[in-house]
Design a protein. Sequence first.
Length: 459
Amino acid sequence: MPQPDRARHLALGAFFHPTGHHIAAWRDPEAQIDAGTNIDHYLDLAREAERGRFDFIFLADALATRHGNLDALSRWPQYMAYFEPTTLLAAMATVTRHVGLIATATTSFNEPYNIARRYASLDHLSRGRAGWNMVTSSNQNEARNFSREAHFSHADRYARAEEFVQVVKGLWDSWEDDAFLRDRAEGRYFDPAKLHRLDHEGPHFQVRGPLNVARPPQGQPVLVQAGASEAGKAFAAAHAEVIFTAQTDLQAARAFRDEMRERLRALGRDPDGLKIMPGLNPILGRDRAEAEAKRDALAALIPEALGKELLAPIVPELDLSGLDPDRALSPEILPATTNASESGLATFRRHLAEGMTLRQIWTRHANARGQNSLCGTAKDVADHMQEWFEAGAVDGFLIQPSVLPTGLSTFVDAVIPELTARSLFRQHYEGQTLRDNLGLARPANRHAETGPHAAMAIL
Ligand SMILES: Cc1cc2nc3c(=O)[nH]c(=O)nc-3n(C[C@H](O)[C@H](O)[C@H](O)COP(=O)(O)O)c2cc1C
């Protein structure tokens, strides 16, 4: 079977929460119950993702536990106690050779130097497989772990993010690719003309540089973005190479992809340099009845208090506690805007307008946090992926298994062969780096483009 054309095959990411994406996954007997602190579980997942020839693994992150009703929280381990993701990806890098390694880091509660250094290191130690999901954080509680009473406003956090990423890119260009001579005979380790200080002076950051890590093997780790507000889309158009996005409707997904590709063109970027990958939560069975039984069994494991706790961060301004979970509610109960996620609020509003009850919303949300959830056979899931891909609505999908490790293995064993048989997915990795496999160009170093430089006399 010929290898499918890279531009014409799906990109696939595997997004892991410790026990799986479903809010009650940990109660499923197939889940790895102590997953949040079980390194062997994660190393097995990494090997399994590589067996499935996924482009990358993605780990989300927040710099706070979830806050709220402790009784409800004690029934939901996600984001309560788990590994820091870049440390975990570094461990996963040692047992894999091809699969990419992407983690979230927020631009709101980090400094650019730390992030530039951490992801450059991850790129080196994985030999070119790192990616950074740049978020501005919608979690209000992070602020209180970073000496602030409240989060930055939505506009401020995107202004900070813009400057942040420019500093990070600048730091990654500190060393030219061929700066390290390592010339024993001449006694010169690096060429001083190929080392560049940044001397950034901006409203949010003053960063002298240079970075104390050599230029990343990929030039820059792959840049990922997942904000869907106007500011988020403008930021993504300027910087993102991969977009994670919640899309549940084919036409809306196509309109979003068309819009983003147009925004890239307007900024002089090649639209093919952007991979748009909505989330997809597959609940698989040998037949539809088995898949539906799995879905319903998981839904039955969610107590009411936990269901409401799941919805609370989407609308922190609204008190859900007294609301009847089984009655249709007017969208009027929602605030006009939020300082949390604007796109999350818009989805919530749409569900209420469609007549969904709170229980129906949290049951849907419990699977994959507002991402598409598909219940059926491997063929059903492959049909959906093919339809969306061929309609130009996506470049690939971020697969979000409900229960781990079994949800990943089932996908690898059942759906991947279905996709390769249709020439929609690779049979072997194309290259060494995450960029090679995604078909993304390696960015040139800005200093190399401008020719020879005088060496700094003093660093
Ligand atoms: C697949 C996916 C993964 C995300 N991962 C994270 C994450 O790890 N940490 C985080 O704080 N936000 C995460 N987000 C949220 C977005 O990055 C963003 O902060 C949120 O959508 C609010 O931004 P907006 O107002 O621009 O929509 C994720 C969103 C999606 C769709």
